[in-house]
Design a protein around this ligand. Structure first.
Ligand code: ZN
Length: 483
């Protein structure tokens, strides 16, 4: 007798596997090895044609989204106005403040996320949020296809960087409301035949234990926050008398941030004895851009996201090579569409020709910092992140810093001052000359004379977020505090 029933009733539950037409998905967005041989090598014209087709489909469905409907109508746009991706500049941009406002006015998820409860009766929905270091976290809803794309895009990146079946990847990110850990887990587990060690951050699994697991189980790839990778090296050296280079790691995937001269990457590569590949993404965007093995700029994931670089103030497109804000349109998102989202992250396009890796996917410079954390000190715009090269190239520092802006009021004269607190390594020896050297470099990098305050190793732990969730905080603006 057959123990499995041959006649089963049809389920009415929103089963994940049934919510996706898998073959259609992989034809439209090929899996990593197929992708690497095909789309990754497309000409710029082929990429543009695909983007155009996906964009027009996105526009059609997004007119039903209340958030966009309101904004586009207010801007005087009619459905027929957008005939191709060349018209995208007619649509207004928006940023995270607009999402916050929408979610305050239409709690809890905002018009932009549609009717979540209703959608849940038809298909599964996953929610991820921003880090939530400032204010309430902003929820982003992912329908099944978008959730799958989260893992698939990351898998393509890891594959291009050299990950293959049989590898063991350690992921010291907590799979909580943030996106990073989940993406790496899905990518390695669902697409690459790699074993994901989802150890969580240093709070969940101590740094010492992270290293012991890596040694015992044979971790050979890491997806890790860069600050934490230096902490792991320190713990290995000091507590376990172990040199991480003995792990024979293939590569580290990190979101390096504004490491424009590569000093931070080199520091980590020295500690680990392997390449570090920069990857840039946000929870709202997913994986946006990444380094291939030639490390000559960061490729956009062109078939998933359409990127524009626009002027910080006028929002007009800037020419290649000019710094501006990144604006992204995610071509496959439908649950929470992202159409001309201004990330307020600064970068510029550095290459549009074919890379040595074989791809024409355009390349951007490493991210320069956020335009909205910019502070104006005595008429000069300063991005706290721009301090990075000066701090990281001095081997006596731990690479950690915090900018503190103060407003001095002396006899009625108001003057803004910037002080950079810099962590000095315990084994740096004498502190003589450190402040002068860094001050000089910063003066030339930023065009502003600023004060340097040296502090002991780990004194900035509270801000740098090493081993914890959340990005490091680099600016403490005390100018407008009530005294
Ligand atoms: Zn390349």
């Amino acid at each position: 007798m057959n123990v499995v029933e041959t006649q089963q009733p049809v389920s009415s539950l929103p089963i994940y596997h049934h919510a996706i037409d898998w073959d259609a998905l992989y034809r439209r967005y090929p899996v990593p090895d197929v992708f690497e041989k095909t789309r990754w090598r497309w000409s710029a014209e082929q990429i543009r044609a695909f983007q155009n087709e996906q964009f027009l489909d996105l526009m059609q469905t997004s007119w039903r989204n209340g958030f966009y409907q309101r904004r586009w109508k207010a801007a005087g746009i009619e459905p027929g106005d957008i005939r191709s991706i060349d018209d995208i500049g007619k649509l207004p941009t928006f940023d995270s403040d607009d999402i916050k406002k929408d979610q305050q006015e239409n709690p809890p998820f905002g018009l932009i996320n549609g009717n979540v409860r209703q959608q849940l009766t038809r298909e599964p929905v996953k929610v991820q949020t921003s880090g939530g270091t400032t204010g309430k976290p902003r929820p982003t809803m992912y329908g099944p296809l978008e959730w799958e794309m989260n893992g698939l895009t990351m898998a393509r990146v890891l594959y291009i960087c050299g990950m293959r079946p049989g590898d063991i990847i350690q992921i010291p990110h907590t799979c909580s409301l943030g996106n990073a850990g989940w993406c790496a887990y899905k990518a390695s587990h669902d697409y690459l035949g790699a074993l994901p060690l989802t150890t969580g951050t240093g709070v969940v699994t101590s740094s010492r234990r992270q290293i012991e697991i890596a040694v015992e189980w044979g971790t050979n790839v890491w997806y890790v926050r860069p600050e934490y990778s230096t902490q792991l090296a320190k713990v290995a050296r000091e507590e376990l008398n172990f040199d991480l280079r003995q792990l024979k790691t293939k590569f580290l995937g990190c979101g390096l941030g504004p490491d424009t001269d590569g000093a931070f990457a080199s520091q980590i590569e020295d500690l680990w004895g392997c390449p570090v590949y920069d990857m840039y993404g946000t929870h709202e965007m997913g994986m946006g851009s990444f380094e291939c093995r030639y490390k000559d700029g960061m490729h956009f994931m062109e078939d998933c996201t359409y990127f524009e670089i626009v002027d910080v103030e006028t929002e007009k497109p800037v020419s290649d090579g000019t710094v501006g804000n990144m604006v992204c349109t995610i071509l496959h998102r439908r649950t929470m569409p992202m159409i001309r989202f201004n990330l307020r992250d600064l970068t510029k396009i550095v290459a549009t020709d074919r890379c040595q890796c074989g791809s024409c996917f355009r390349r951007m410079q490493k991210m320069l910092g956020r335009s909205d954390t910019m502070v104006r000190i005595r008429g000069v715009s300063v991005w706290p992140q721009a301090c990075l090269p000066a701090i990281r190239t001095d081997p006596r520092t731990t690479g950690e810093w915090l900018c503190v802006a103060d407003r001095l009021n002396e006899n009625g004269v108001v003057r803004d001052e910037m002080t950079v607190r810099v962590e000095v390594r315990d084994d740096a020896g004498s502190w003589d000359g450190i402040a002068e050297a860094i001050g000089k470099r910063l003066h030339s990098d930023l065009g502003l004379r600023i004060n340097i305050e040296l502090v002991k190793e780990d004194a900035l732990m509270e801000w740098s977020n090493r081993g914890r969730e959340g990005k490091p905080k680099r600016i403490l603006d005390r100018r407008f505090e009530k005294k």
